[in-house]
Design a protein around this ligand. Structure first.
Ligand SMILES: [Zn+2]
Length: 161
């Protein structure tokens, strides 16, 4: 049983670790292979001890988790790093059109009481939700597999194996 103690540990292929996908099962070494398998969701990971990481190989490009001594870091695609510039871009993508529409409605307000006076407010809200939705959708697409695997592992736990 893997115990969550406070001392950092070196990742070794002879120990048992929490599963980074379902976060419920434990991954333990497969004999005679540089691989580990989860006892709950049954996913198999190849190990790279020298890099302190495991790789989920049944997907292209593979997903990688790095052991930081206490837990697995966020999954990332091999060769792809989601740097801060992406997040700044994503936030700007949501904020900028919303602000622009809101400012326009504020600077040139519609005649109050007219038939479509509600439109700029609703339009601004819709723009915000739509752009936020696109960003969320992209993030989920990027991490698609862990989300699906996590949910199916949870379903298995709830509805029996
Ligand atoms: Zn698992």
């Amino acid at each position: 049983m893997y115990s969550y103690n406070n001392s950092a540990t070196y990742f070794s292929e002879h120990e048992v670790y929490p599963c980074p996908i379902c976060r419920y099962g434990e991954i333990s070494p497969l004999s005679l292979m540089d691989a580990m398998a989860c006892n709950s969701c049954r996913h198999i990971f190849t190990t790279e001890i020298e890099k302190q990481q495991i790789k989920m190989a049944d997907r292209q490009p593979p997903l990688i988790w790095r052991w930081n001594g206490r837990r697995w870091t966020e999954a990332h695609l091999e060769g792809v790093e989601l740097g801060w510039a992406y997040w700044v871009g994503a936030i700007a993508f949501v904020i900028f059109p919303t602000t622009l529409l809101g400012l326009t409605a504020y600077v040139r307000p519609p005649v109050s009481g007219s038939l479509l006076s509600w439109l700029p407010t609703v339009w601004t809200g819709l723009a915000f939700l739509l752009h936020l939705g696109i960003v969320l959708w992209l993030v989920i697409e990027f991490y698609e597999f862990p989300v699906q695997a996590y949910l199916s592992a949870r379903r298995q736990q709830i509805f029996g194996r």
